[in-house]
Design a protein around this ligand. Structure first.
Ligand SMILES: [Zn+2]
Length: 108
């Protein structure tokens, strides 16, 4: 699976950006593998549970792409709900998250 990100020179303003990219890259690789595993085991393409799972994974992949974009424009790690910083512990577990815990639970 090739990556469709432009391989431009990294303009690292933030020294942590490379680490964040690696984390997102890892998250994406994991999700793509899950998606492929679901495809490989898919005997029944009309299986609703499976298509729900796949939709959920695809949604996360989209969020990961958006997170990559936010790393580039320097807004990564800022909650889109309240504009405060998302705690680093949370970003370690959910590197693609857009919201802090409070805003996430408000949105859910
Ligand atoms: Zn927030």
């Amino acid at each position: 699976m090739s990556l469709d990100l432009p391989r431009t020179e990294p303009r690292s303003v933030n020294p942590a950006a490379d680490e964040v990219r690696q984390r997102l890259e890892h998250a994406r690789t994991t999700r793509l593998a899950q998606l492929k595993a679901l495809d490989d085991t898919g005997q029944n393409p009309g299986d609703h549970l499976m298509s729900n799972q796949k939709d959920a994974i695809k949604r996360v992949l989209t969020e990961i792409d958006e997170a990559f974009a936010r790393v580039e424009d320097g807004t990564y790690g800022t909650c889109l709900g309240c504009s405060k910083s998302v705690p680093p512990e949370r970003l370690e577990i959910l590197p693609h998250t857009r919201y802090c815990v409070a805003c996430q639970s408000r949105a859910a």
